[in-house]
Design a protein around this ligand. Structure first.
Ligand code: BGC
Length: 746
């Protein structure tokens, strides 16, 4: 037998271990003790970094874009997955794999290309938050994390938890709403689900990147304690619940300094106060220096092509050689990265591309999330659910004949089956506009097989009204496309859709509006419309989910994770700061409202929103009884009974709000806890909500403690922040002090 050269080398290497290069050698704990799974992640990282040369350490802190970068004409290094977000070469000598990074929180995304990866998309982050169901958030995370792994990725750039300070923020659909407890908890569970696949996830965008206008330059000002009780608390809770391997620092400046070289945010708050042991990666294009960034807490420059300079390349080497950045700090950077790889199982469970994805199974997870996340905003005269015996149904607008909308930018997941409505503007970043081929119309027809279902595209309001007039019920699908780097210019639905809805409502009193929007929108027509559903961006199986809610196959149980204002005039900033046409311009965004975001702002100012935070109707009704509270083992428990008083099974989201009667907070009340309870008609369940103690206190920046003031607190149990179905009880709390991580001080 003739051996070719390669097989000869392999054969010799097998026979004589000395022939084997270190890179080819099987894991030999004696030579590579960091591969010993019985050691802790800390120990393994320490041992691995000790074995690295400086050049090898430097390689971990320098990330590439996983796609060609047109402005610089660069192509990704060999090994990057085509059209992916990021790549960091591994260290074969030490048996450490490449880091293969994909966006993002709604599924496995693809950078712009005519031949994208087709994957399962979850509904938007706001939809998941609207479920108020932590297990649902976990299941969604676990699903997209498994698709990441089966696609060959071991890092998912998910975990968006910026608070909704403004309903016009173009990335709200990636996040989880306005409340720190709800957003932090839901995103924490999603990230935990992702990481259950031995895939590192991020929590992002750290911090206070709450608008896209001028995102690379704007400078956020906020009282530090207020930040700790709002945006930072959401991040802190998400990190505690998920133990995420990484945090992505954001584009903007905070207190005058870029977030990715911000000593206060990175070293003081994140690493020291919260004890974060993972690594900080920059957003793509968010690194601005070498020495300042490294010393102030950035551990890895990402997508270095996006930055003005390869700051963590040769320049960092020089800085270490010349003592501007200590050798110990470089060790720390590499250790944090490698530790996350060990801790999350990335080293012990190598990924491979082209795994077999069960799209039917994953689509069902997405559908379940959409079904629980759709919010029934209004339902006068029980227009919904529709009877399957309805004779004619007019389906109008929103491309509802073929699909459902998704949001644009780096998080864009491309669906199996392709874009249902190709060619819409914008075709380029943050486009393309993508509709998932889950047709509401088709599923409506399937649920009402005897009905005549007609479609009108809604481009001519007068024609649509004529179609609606002929039908028993008219369903108007209204859309708002939004994307990364682009805030909405107003809360109004675009493209004359308000006129369309007005016209249809005038022609048919049984008009239902189904919204597919990135966030809250204004509804000048709402008084004329008996039923409104907020379906958000409902994901891969969204058309089916919408149809099932419309016909009552699913009883809606979504509740708003954000306030819907009547208009911009009710917002802290009626006009967004900055000029979208001058993205390079530096300006200040002053978060004067501090921690009073969303419903807290509305309460403080005595404003009545269009729909309050926490709002969501059902096809059944619920009642509460036996509200009582008790402090047990240092935790405040709120107990009560929920009963389904209607005729159909349903799920309720009882919400507990707390108001101090003596102490003064940023606003009259805060969400203190909730539960999601499934009940058959007539069934009751006991609920025990345990209150997160930080919610009861005020943060003191000087002593870095949470102080709970002695006195009376009112606990309100209600179906929304406006107090629907409210019942209350008062509790006396002693003074207490919690440390910066919310632990009772001894
Ligand atoms: C986004 C990040 C994303 C990164 C990589 C940036 O534009 O802000 O959220 O993870 O790109 O695609």
């Amino acid at each position: 037998m003739r051996l070719n050269q390669l097989t000869l080398v392999a054969a010799l290497a097998a026979a004589f271990p000395l022939f084997a290069t270190a890179a080819d050698a099987p894991a030999a704990p004696a030579q590579k003790p960091w591969l010993d799974r019985s050691l802790s992640a800390d120990k393994r990282a320490e041992l691995a970094v000790k074995a690295m040369t400086r050049e090898e350490k430097l390689r971990w802190v320098f990330g590439y874009f996983g796609t060609s970068f047109a402005p610089k004409g660069t192509t990704p290094p060999k090994g990057a997955i085509p059209f992916s977000a990021g790549f960091v070469p591994g260290n074969p000598r030490l048996g450490l794999p490449d880091l293969l990074e994909t966006d993002a929180g709604l599924g496995v995304a693809t950078q712009a290309t005519p031949t994208p990866r087709e994957r399962t998309a979850l509904p938007s982050g706001l939809a998941t938050a609207s479920t108020w169901d932590t297990q649902m958030a976990y299941a969604g995370g676990a699903m997209i994390g498994s698709e990441a792994r089966l696609s060959g990725f071991n890092v998912m750039l998910a975990g968006g938890v910026n608070l909704m300070r403004d309903p016009r923020n173009g990335r709200n659909f990636e996040y989880a709403g306005e409340d720190p407890l709800l957003a932090g908890t839901m995103v924490g569970h999603a990230v935990k689900g992702i990481e259950s696949n031995h895939v590192i996830s991020t929590v992002k965008h750290y911090a206070l990147n709450d608008q896209e206008t001028g995102r690379n330059e704007h400078d956020v000002r906020i009282d530090k304690a207020a930040a700790r009780m709002s945006d930072l608390l959401a991040m802190q809770l998400a990190l505690e619940q998920s133990d995420a391997g990484s945090v992505m620092c954001s584009y903007n400046r905070v207190f005058g300094t870029y977030a990715c070289e911000n000593d206060y945010l990175l070293n003081e708050v994140l690493k020291k106060d919260w004890g974060f042991k993972g690594y900080v990666m920059s957003d793509w294009g968010a690194t601005h220096s070498t020495v300042q960034a490294a010393n102030n807490g950035l551990d890895r420059q990402s997508g270095q092509e996006f930055d003005k300079s390869p700051y963590f390349g040769g320049a960092l080497d020089e800085a270490v050689k010349n003592g501007y950045v200590s050798e110990a700090r470089l060790d720390d950077m590499a250790t944090r990265i490698v530790r996350a790889m060990f801790a999350k199982g990335v080293v012990d469970n190598p990924v491979a591309q082209d795994g077999k994805i069960d799209f039917a199974k994953d689509g069902a997870v997405s559908r379940a999330t959409a079904e629980e996340g759709i919010v029934l905003l209004k339902n006068d005269n029980k227009v919904l659910p529709l009877s399957k015996d309805v004779k004619t149904i007019a389906v109008i607008g929103g491309h509802a004949d073929v699909g459902v909308l998704s949001g644009g930018g780096s998080s864009q997941v491309y669906p199996v089956g392709g874009n249902a409505v190709p060619g819409l503007e914008p075709k380029v970043w943050p486009g393309p506009v993508v509709y998932y081929p889950s047709s509401p119309l088709r599923h409506i027809q399937a649920l009402a097989p005897n009905a005549k279902v007609v479609y009108d595209d809604g481009t001519d309001p007068a024609r649509a009204a004529r179609v609606a007039a002929q039908a028993d019920v008219a369903l108007v699908f209204a859309t708002q496309w939004i994307g990364e780097a682009n805030d909405a210019t107003s809360l109004a639905l675009p493209d004359n859709q308000d006129t369309l809805i007005d016209n249809v409502a005038g022609a048919n009193p049984r008009t239902v509006v189904v919204l597919e929007t990135g966030g809250p929108v204004a509804m000048p027509w709402v008084a004329k419309i008996p039923a409104v559903l907020e379906a958000w961006y409902p994901g891969t199986s969204g058309g089916e989910a919408i149809a099932r809610v419309l016909f009552g196959a699913v009883n809606p149980s979504g509740h708003l994770p954000a306030t819907f204002p009547v208009s911009e005039q009710q917002l802290p900033r009626p006009t967004l700061d900055g000029d979208p046409k001058q993205p390079e311009q530096r300006f200040t965004v002053d978060y004067k409202e501090g921690a009073a975001i969303g419903y807290k702002w509305f309460d403080q100012k005595g404003l009545t929103p269009l729909f309050p935070f926490g709002h969501g109707l059902s096809y059944t009704t619920f009642s509460y009884s036996g509200l009582a509270s008790q402090v047990k083992d240092g935790r405040l428990h709120v107990r009560f009974k929920v009963t389904n008083t209607g005729n159909v099974a349903g799920k309720d989201v009882p919400q507990v709000y707390v108001s101090p009667l003596a102490a003064k907070w940023e606003a009259p009340k805060r969400l203190a806890g909730w539960d999601k309870v499934a009940l058959q008609p007539g069934e009751s369940k006991e609920v025990d909500v345990v209150v997160e103690p930080r919610i009861l206190g005020l943060f003191d920046e000087k002593s870095k403690t949470w102080r709970i003031a002695k006195g009376k607190y009112k606990l309100v149990l209600a179906e929304d922040a406006a107090g629907k179905n409210a019942t209350s009880v008062t509790v006396d709390l002693p003074a207490s002090t919690l440390d910066v991580r919310g632990r009772q001080r001894k």
